[in-house]
Design a binder for this molecule. Structure first.
Ligand code: PHE
Length: 443
C-alpha cells in the first residue's frame, strides 16, 4: 500500500494491474464493436489502419497515460492539476481530465444499454429462443422484441448500471481487483472454446480473407476516423480510465512491459472475436456490414442452427457480459474517484451519483432515436482522440521530462528515446492527419 495520497491505495501486484487494465480494455469494443464496424467499413483495409493506429498512437499514449496516473496518484482531474503545477505550467491542462471524465460518462450511457441487450440475450439463449430460428425471426426479435421495446431495455440497462456501481462503490482494492482477477482468465478460456467451435463449423477461409486482405477502395475517409477512434476506444485511452488505473499501480512495476502486454492482449482478443464471429457470418450468407445488430442477429441465428448451439450461445453472451462489466467499471471510475477524493462525499454515494447520471444518459439513448450513434461518434471518435492528442502534447512537450524518465526508468536510453520521439512527433501528427483527412482537408 502506498501512503502517497490519503484516500489512494494501490493494487498489490503487477498481475492485478494487468488484469484490471486488460479488463478495462477488453470489452464490448473488442467483441461487439470491432467486428461490426469492420464489417461496415469493408474489412481488411479498416483493420490495417486500426492496427497502425494501435502501434503508432495507441501504445505510446497508453504508456503516457499510465505514467501520468502513477506519478500523480490521483484521479485524472486532480492528476492533471498536480502534473501542471509540478511542470510550472498552466492549470488549463486540467481540461484533459475534465473532458475525459465527461467522455467516460457519455460512453457509459450507451455502453450500458448495449450491455443490457447482452443480458437479455443470455436469458433468451438459455430459454432456447433462437434454436432453429431464421434470420428474419432473430432480426424481428432484435429490432422489435428488444430494441423496439423500451421497457425491457430500460430494465436491463438499469440492472447493468447497478452491477457496475456496486463494484465501483466497493472500491479499487476490494471491488476492482477482485472482480477482474478471476473474470479475465475465465473470459480468455471461453473465447478460445468459442473460436475452436466457430473454426470447426464456419467458413474460415472467407472470414480470413475479409479481415486480412486490405481493399482500400472500400475504406472511406470517415472509416479512417472510425479506425483511429476505435484504437482509442478499445484500449480505453484518451479519457483517463487508464490514468485512474495507473494511479493505483505499484511503483516498481514496469510501465512499458505492462503496456505492451495490454496492447497484445487487447488486439488478440479483438482478432479472436472477429475470427469467432465472421466464419459463422459467412457460413450463413449473412451481410458482414449489418451494423450494431451483427452480433445480436447473425450469431444467435448461427448458433441456433448448430449442435450444442444453446449452450454455446449462452456461454458466448455470458462472456460478453463479463467483458462489458470490467470495462464499464473503468468508464465511471475517474468521475467517482474525483468526487470521493475531493469532497466529503463517500465512495458509495459518489458511485451512486455517477451511476444515476449515466443511467439517465442511457434512458436518453433508449427513448430518443439518434442519441446512441451521436454519443458514440462524439465521445469515441472525437473526444478520445482529442484527449489523446492533448496527452501526447502534454507529456511530450510540456511536462518535465524527468517525470517521464523516472516512471520509465527500466527503459534503456534508446528505448526511452524511441518512445519519447514517437509520442512527441508521430503520435500528434498521426492524430491530426486523420482528423484533417476525415473532414476533407486532405485528399
Ligand atoms: N475499452 C473498452 C472496450 O473495448 C471500452 C472503454 C473505453 C472502456 C474507454 C474504458 C474507457 O469495450
Amino acid at each position: 500500500m502506498t501512503t502517497d495520497h490519503k484516500k489512494h491505495i494501490s493494487w498489490n501486484s503487477r498481475w492485478t494491474f494487468i488484469m484490471a487494465a486488460a479488463g478495462s480494455a477488453i470489452g464490448l469494443g473488442n467483441i461487439w464493436k470491432f467486428p461490426y464496424i469492420t464489417g461496415e467499413n469493408g474489412g481488411g483495409a479498416f483493420v490495417l489502419v486500426y492496427l497502425l493506429c494501435i502501434a503508432i498512437i495507441g501504445l505510446p499514449v497508453l504508456m503516457a497515460e499510465t505514467l501520468m496516473g502513477r506519478h500523480s496518484r490521483r484521479n485524472p482531474i486532480s492528476a492533471m492539476s498536480r502534473l501542471a503545477s509540478e511542470s510550472d505550467t498552466s492549470k488549463a491542462w486540467v481540461v484533459i481530465g475534465l473532458m475525459g471524465t465527461l467522455a467516460g460518462i457519455l460512453i457509459m450511457s450507451f455502453y450500458s444499454v448495449v450491455a443490457g441487450w447482452v443480458m437479455d440475450y443470455i436469458v433468451e439463449s438459455a430459454r432456447g429462443s433462437f434454436v432453429m430460428a431464421t434470420q428474419n425471426q432473430v432480426t424481428a426479435y432484435f429490432e422489435s422484441g428488444l430494441t423496439g421495446n423500451p421497457k425491457l431495455q430500460l430494465a436491463w440497462h438499469t440492472a447493468f448500471v447497478l452491477m457496475t456501481v456496486a463494484v465501483v462503490a466497493a472500491g479499487v482494492t476490494k471491488g476492482l481487483g477482485n472482480a477482474v482477477r478471476f473474470m479475465m482468465p475465465l473470459l480468455a478460456i471461453l473465447l478460445v472454446i468459442l473460436l475452436g467451435y466457430s473454426i470447426s463449423v464456419g467458413n474460415v477461409a472467407e472470414a480470413a480473407r475479409f479481415l486480412f486482405s486490405p481493399d482500400f477502395s472500400r475504406l472511406s475517409a470517415e472509416g479512417v476516423l472510425k479506425a483511429m477512434g476505435h484504437s482509442f476506444f478499445t484500449l480505453s485511452i484518451g479519457m483517463g480510465a487508464i490514468m485512474a488505473y495507473g494511479s493505483y499501480m505499484p511503483a516498481k512495476v514496469s510501465i512499458a512491459r505492462t503496456a505492451i502486454t495490454i496492447v497484445l492482449l487487447d488486439t488478440v482478443f479483438a482478432l479472436m472475436a472477429g475470427m469467432a464471429i465472421f466464419p459463422l457470418v459467412f457460413a450463413h450468407g449473412i451481410e458482414p456490414g449489418s451494423g450494431p445488430g451483427l452480433m445480436f442477429i447473425s450469431l444467435p441465428m448461427a448458433f441456433g442452427g448448430m449442435p450444442f448451439g444453446t449452450f454455446f450461445a449462452c456461454l458466448f453472451f455470458i462472456l460478453v457480459l463479463i467483458a462489458a462489466w470490467t470495462s464499464s467499471i473503468s468508464l465511471i471510475e475517474p468521475a467517482v474517484a474525483w468526487i470521493s477524493e475531493n469532497t466529503r462525499i463517500s465512495r458509495y454515494i459518489s458511485a451512486g451519483i455517477i451511476g444515476l447520471i449515466t443511467w439517465l444518459g442511457g434512458v436518453a439513448c433508449i427513448y430518443r432515436e439518434g442519441v446512441f450513434g451521436q454519443l458514440d461518434m462524439l465521445a469515441s471518435n472525437i473526444m478520445l482522440p482529442l484527449g489523446g492528442l492533448l496527452m501526447a502534447i502534454f507529456v511530450g512537450w510540456i511536462m518535465k521530462r524527468k517525470i517521464a524518465k523516472k516512471e520509465l526508468e527500466d527503459l534503456s536510453y534508446n528505448q526511452f528515446n524511441l518512445w519519447y520521439a514517437t509520442l512527441r512527433v508521430f503520435t500528434p501528427i498521426g492524430i491530426v492527419v486523420v482528423f484533417a483527412y476525415s473532414v476533407g482537408l486532405l485528399k
